[in-house]
Design a protein around this ligand. Structure first.
Ligand code: MV4
Length: 445
């Protein structure tokens, strides 16, 4: 087992990793930017190294600084958390080249899923359902026009180097396709230095349901059931839950099988997520694979009683999986508490938390790096923490969440708490009647 892990991240996920390391008797090294010197991950780690100025490119994205911190502290592994360098194949390679274990998949696996056309072709070959579309890159506007005629409008254009919704264009009719193709291409070139675009049939009003997977170094893979992440806004998830209110035992078995096939196709090592679009007829289609721990991993942990960070560390150290799949025994809902103003288009609201009272009691988990007096810096994402409610049934989990939200006191910055309180009262949400378009029409009172 590792003796010392450097956490190449900040905020609540750095703290989350430190907590599990402590339980496993593993020493921890925090890295931090000058903007984060008073952050809890710095206080709770055994050692801490400043890696640069506030901007991410100067600190949490600076591979040379992070590697130097790992070398001087003698860390034998690096946990990348999510975001920043978590899905950076070059960083994973550099760690390996320095004899430091990257806690995650190999550079090859990251690359195989990072390019979306490659990933989709791998899934087709493995027998995983994908959205019908053109195989490979679009060669130009004429190709796009002919392909769209064949597939039938509406279609969606996606950047092969994209993901998470960046660089996408929905096209409803032939008149729009030329302009859409050119803008998608320009945007992709600017954002990813890769202007490759592909086309799929546009699935209308889908749910976003993802399967948590885990694979070991010996080719074994299993799934840990689903999370429903349909409650999102501009590709930012706000609420996640497990099980999905739309799930059936038959669908879970089919999606779980498909997710395991996806892992086997690349001999996946580590924890990962297979994202699917699910239409109203319960057809499901592979969208992308996230080769990292995700923000919403906690709902899975709560419904199957399983520490996913511990699993990541054990797998990286060479442990074998039992090979069994897990089915939710409970219902868990997670609300992301962001420093944003839900009455003002979710505008970021960084600043000092003057008063803080976090909820507790039966069925409540708070994963947060916040404390009274903490200043939320403006340089990074605005998440203050995650509130997770767990109960036997979905209705009870919603009631526990409402109660917990009513106890949560944060003063000094605006937060998403009022949004979550109103969502928990919404009839359609309570009935499980929602898809990825739900928040487009949701209005704050
Ligand atoms: C789609 C789609 C409909 N049809 N692909 C958004 C994020 C990226 N992973 C892919 N996304 C979508 N791909 C086809 N063929 C709709 C979306 C989409 C979406 C997906 C999940 C959650 C929220 C979403 C919001 C808008 C669009």
């Amino acid at each position: 087992m590792f003796k010392k892990i450097l956490i190449a991240n900040r905020g609540e996920i750095a703290l989350r990793v430190i907590r599990t390391c402590k339980e496993m008797g593993i020493k921890t090294v925090a890295v931090y930017s000058t903007a984060d010197k008073d952050s809890l991950h710095v206080k709770f780690a055994d050692e801490a190294v400043c890696i640069g100025k506030p901007a991410s490119v100067d600190s949490y994205l600076n591979m040379a600084h992070i590697m130097a911190a790992a070398e001087i502290t003698n860390a034998d592994a690096v946990h990348p958390g999510y975001g920043f360098l978590a899905e950076n194949a070059k960083f994973a390679k550099i760690c390996g080249d320095h004899g430091i274990k990257f806690i995650g998949p190999t550079p090859d696996m990251i690359n195989a899923m990072g390019d979306k056309i490659t990933a989709k072709q791998t899934m087709i070959n493995a027998g995983v359902p994908v959205v019908p579309g053109v195989e490979g890159l679009l060669e130009g506007v004429e190709h796009a026009k002919n392909a769209a005629k064949e597939i039938g409008y509406p279609v969606i254009l996606k950047a092969t180097a994209g993901g998470g919704g960046k660089g996408m264009r929905v096209v409803w009719e032939e008149d729009e396709i030329e302009k859409a193709f050119e803008t998608a291409r320009t945007e992709a070139a600017a954002a990813f230095k890769n202007d490759g675009i592909y086309m799929e049939k546009f699935v209308e009003e889908p749910r976003h349901i993802e399967i948590q997977v885990v694979g070991d170094q010996y080719g074994q893979a299993c799934h840990l059931s689903e999370r429903d992440c349909s409650i999102q806004r501009r590709h930012q998830k706000l609420v996640e839950e497990s099980p999905s209110p739309f799930m059936t035992p038959e669908l879970r078995e089919k999606m779980g099988d498909a997710a395991i096939k996806a892992c086997h196709a690349i001999s996946y090592e580590g924890v990962g997520t297979i994202e699917f679009l699910v239409d109203k007829h319960r057809n499901f289609y592979f969208m992308e694979m996230n080769t990292r721990i995700q923000v919403e991993h906690c709902v899975t942990e709560e419904v199957i009683n399983y520490d996913l960070i511990k699993e990541q560390i054990k797998i990286a150290a060479g442990d074998k999986l039992s090979g069994k799949n897990y089915i939710p025994a409970m219902h868990a809902i997670e609300c992301r508490i962001n420093a944003e103003d839900p009455y003002n288009d979710f505008r970021p609201s960084p600043g000092k938390i003057t008063v803080l009272h976090q909820p507790g009691g039966h069925g409540v988990r708070v994963d947060s790096h916040a404390y009274a007096g903490y200043v939320i810096p403006p340089y990074y994402d605005s998440m203050i923490g995650k509130l997770i409610a767990v109960a036997q049934t979905r209705q009870e989990a919603i009631d526990t969440m409402s109660r917990a939200l009513s106890e949560y006191v944060i003063e000094g910055v605006k937060t998403t708490i009022p949004f979550h309180q109103q969502l928990m009262k919404n009839e359609d949400f309570r009935k499980g009647n929602f898809n990825t378009k739900f928040l487009e029409t949701f209005k704050m009172q």
